[in-house]
Design a protein around this ligand. Structure first.
Ligand SMILES: Cc1cc2nc3c(=O)[nH]c(=O)nc-3n(C[C@H](O)[C@H](O)[C@H](O)COP(=O)(O)OP(=O)(O)OC[C@H]3O[C@@H](n4cnc5c(N)ncnc54)[C@H](O)[C@@H]3O)c2cc1C
Length: 389
């Protein structure tokens, strides 16, 4: 039986920290390397019920209390004008049931960190990596101070930072720009019953409302780089007027708008040319449009698959990180990931077609789906648990 195999996780964002937490329960020594532990930008994440339940069951008991449950999801086709009449509705079948949760990313990250810092098999390293090399038995990381460490497996979770990629031989399968940015901010409003997530498909990009509390709603507004709508996000007063004019019926009085953060949106799917004891996770592996709030949910599903494969190898007394291990993990996730990211890109494309006749057909299709229990039920299952191919 091989004891305490060593793993290196590069990146201490949501992905790196969650993988470290979930793997810490196995017989592994884990180093988390990050050269920049600065405070991360706070955003709100929609986590599917299944994702949050699995995190809860793995010991992160507090996060359910700190998140806001979603009982309804409403889609509005607002191609020609903003229209508050729902085109597609998903609602929980009974009062207790929840469809998803909204959680603050920094709350989740600090909760993970609090847990990680108390664990004996987790070691944080704040150093720059200068090279990554391999021999048959280990992956060797050399740090800027010339110290070296050997690992059975390296998990790269460095998000948008591509600087390490020349060191690991990456193959970009897809890199497509949506030519749009996501503007994210919170609205403070009068107290309402706030348990419905809403997505408005505007001509120039989707506008999503994620309920945070009775008096707060988070907005993710994807806007084409050349769109007239950019005028609204250039000034908080314009924004306040825009939301009060168009959405007063939903939020009563909107009093203020928080600071705005901006994210460039693209669709990325990366793979390694040679795996050699390395796996990619999180945004460095694939980045998808936030239209369905699925990016990190997919990463979580991959993480649970990784835990399952490692546990299986541990139980059989097998070494992790070698080619057989990597192939076993990729067999679990590769096809699903590719199909799922393609599906999300397809959804974005469908709502990006600016032909009036097509827009009418799209609206009609939404209301047909709304009346079809079978299709709706299956869509809800895919949003909750992903595809199973
Ligand atoms: C507008 C928007 C809304 C979204 N909404 C949702 C949603 O509702 N639901 C959902 O599931 N997903 C959502 N997502 C996706 C989700 O936010 C991301 O998938 C997730 O935050 C990515 O986390 P990460 O840890 O992979 O990357 P990051 O958070 O970027 O972390 C990368 C880490 O790696 C470190 N690092 C970088 N380079 C190095 C290096 N050379 N050496 C060491 N460390 C390094 C960095 O310091 C950082 O700590 C959304 C995304 C956007 C843009």
């Amino acid at each position: 039986m091989l004891n305490s195999q060593k793993i290196c996780i590069i990146g201490s964002g949501l992905t790196g920290s969650t993988i470290a937490y979930l793997l810490s329960k196995l017989k592994l020594q884990i180093d988390i390397v990050d050269d920049n532990y600065k405070k991360k930008i706070s955003t709100k994440l929609a986590l599917s019920k299944s994702s949050l339940d699995q995190l809860h069951n793995s010991g992160l008991k507090e996060i359910k209390k700190k998140s806001n449950p979603i009982k309804n999801i409403y889609l509005y086709d607002s191609y020609s004008e903003i229209n508050l009449e729902k085109d597609l509705k998903f609602s929980s079948s009974n009062k207790e049931k929840v469809l998803a949760y909204i959680i603050d990313s920094t709350t989740l990250l600090s909760h993970l960190n609090k847990n990680l810092r108390n664990l004996n098999n987790i070691n944080f390293i704040k150093k720059k990596i200068s090279s990554i090399s391999d021999n048959n038995i280990f992956k060797t990381i050399t740090f800027e101070d010339f110290s070296k460490k050997n690992y059975s497996l390296v998990i790269l979770t460095s998000g948008n930072n591509l600087e390490l990629l020349p060191k690991i031989n990456l193959k970009t399968i897809i890199h497509k720009s949506y030519n749009e940015d996501a503007y994210v901010f919170s609205l403070s409003h009068k107290k309402i019953i706030n348990n419905s997530a809403r997505q408005f498909f505007l001509k120039d990009g989707p506008l999503a409302f994620l309920p945070v509390s009775g008096e707060k709603t988070f907005v993710i507004w994807s806007i084409k780089k050349d769109s007239f709508n950019k005028k609204y996000v250039s000034n908080k007063n314009y924004l306040l007027n825009f939301f009060n004019k168009n959405f007063k019926e939903l939020f009563k009085d909107i009093n203020s708008v928080s600071d705005i953060s901006v994210f460039n949106l693209d669709y990325v799917f990366n793979e390694l040319k040679e795996f050699k004891r390395t796996l990619l996770f999180g945004d460095i592996a694939s980045k998808i449009h936030p239209i369905a709030g699925q990016g990190w949910n997919m990463t979580l599903r991959n993480t649970f698959s990784l835990v399952k494969v490692i546990k299986n190898f541990e139980d059989l007394g097998l070494e992790i990180g070698n080619n057989i291990f990597i192939e076993k993990y990729l067999d679990e996730v590769k096809l699903n990931n590719f199909a799922f990211t393609t599906l999300i890109d397809g959804i974005r494309k469908i709502f990006d077609i600016k032909i009036d006749g097509y827009a009418t057909m799209r609206k009609n299709t939404l209301s047909i789906i709304d009346k079809n229990y079978f299709i709706k039920n299956n869509l809800a299952k895919v949003a909750d648990k992903g595809l199973f191919i």
